[in-house]
Design a protein around this ligand. Structure first.
Ligand code: PBG
Length: 325
């Protein structure tokens, strides 16, 4: 036998030499859940290790992440029912706790990157990402609300706007609105192929943002489809997106691969709450070796073509596997 693939696996040095994929902390984005009460901390039961934080506590969390080498964050507000209405109007209030927080965060951590969330659901009494009229999630009437939300977030200091709503045409509308207001350097990370997925369950618990009626299948994608993801990608590119995101990640590695083959834009993958919860639960029962499975998961997402990975594992991954001392 002349050809023996095992030669390149013979020891850890040669394995390191030929390794194709490495996770760098620079590519990770850590999701954070923000509470209004500045000193509050509320652990999320279905996501062990993840909590909702008031701003003071969130600052400590961000500081710890920065020290561990994680410098990118995506911020979600957990909004009290009393602020919710049909139009998600609280999202546009410049003095709401989400926009107040980003001003303070950017002042304290100017070198960190903060990505916003654009969608109605955290602020909507209907719990849908778009405006609900006569039980329909209406597309075009939602767009001005999304654009106004994006402008308010750019004004407050977000570096990148993250439309997670899946309305048609929103990336172009948001790009135009940002440019009109002079925010030409604020980027858009579009949730391009966001699937109607059971893996968002723990996140909806974290934000109390589950739809009050119906499901999200008229705007989020059918998990049986991959060509449709290319169609969404084409539109987002034309409309001016700076990143294309696939969400969730682990059941959708083929879609990540398709998009990274298709597009010259950076591909982001959102390793979602349910994917995190599954591994944590199995690890708690001793059914899986967490320290081995977690980097395997992250590496598989990178290997499939994602250059940016949004993951609840980010902080722990950095602390366990990239010790800086
Ligand atoms: C909603 C939104 C969701 C997530 C991010 N933004 C949930 C949904 O569409 O219902 C899910 C993130 C996760 O599960 O980690 N705009």
């Amino acid at each position: 036998m002349r050809i023996r693939p095992r030669r390149n696996r013979a020891n850890s040095s040669v394995r390191g030499m030929v390794r194709e994929t490495r996770i760098s902390l620079e590519q990770l984005v850590y999701p954070l859940f923000l509470l209004e009460d500045r000193n509050a901390v509320q652990p999320i039961l279905s996501m062990p290790g993840i909590s909702r934080f008031g701003l003071e506590k969130l600052m400590v969390e961000v500081d710890e992440c920065m020290n561990a080498g994680v410098t990118n964050f995506i911020l979600f507000p957990a909004v009290d029912e009393k602020y919710k209405d049909k139009y998600a109007s609280y999202s546009l209030d410049a003095s709401n706790f989400y926009l107040t927080a980003i001003r303070e965060l950017k002042k304290r951590f100017p070198e960190a990157i903060f990505i916003s969330d654009v969608a109605l659901d955290p602020y909507s009494s209907d719990g849908h990402d778009g405006l609900v009229i006569d039980n329909q999630i209406v597309n075009d009437e939602t767009l001005p609300i999304l654009s106004a939300m994006a402008v308010a977030q750019a004004e407050a200091g977000f570096d990148i706007i993250g439309p997670s709503d899946m309305m048609d045409g929103r990336v172009g509308e948001i790009r135009d609105a940002l440019d009109d207001q002079g925010f030409v350097n604020v980027g858009i990370m579009s949730y391009t192929a966001k699937y109607a997925s059971a893996f968002y369950g723990p996140f909806r618990e974290a934000l109390d943002s589950a739809p009050k009626s119906g499901d999200k299948k008229t705007y989020q994608m059918d998990y049986a489809n991959s060509k449709e993801a290319l169609r969404e990608a084409e539109l987002d590119e034309e409309e001016g997106a700076d990143f294309l995101m696939v969400k969730p990640a682990l059941c959708y590695l083929d879609v990540i691969r398709d998009l990274s083959n298709y597009s010259s834009l950076p591909i982001a993958a959102y390793n979602v709450s349910g994917e995190y919860a599954m591994l944590k639960a199995a690890a708690e029962r001793g059914w899986i070796d967490y320290d081995k499975a977690m980097p395997e998961m992250l590496t598989s997402i990178a290997r499939s073509g994602a250059s940016v990975i949004l993951t609840y594992f980010a902080k722990e991954y950095a602390q366990k596997f990239h010790s800086r001392s």
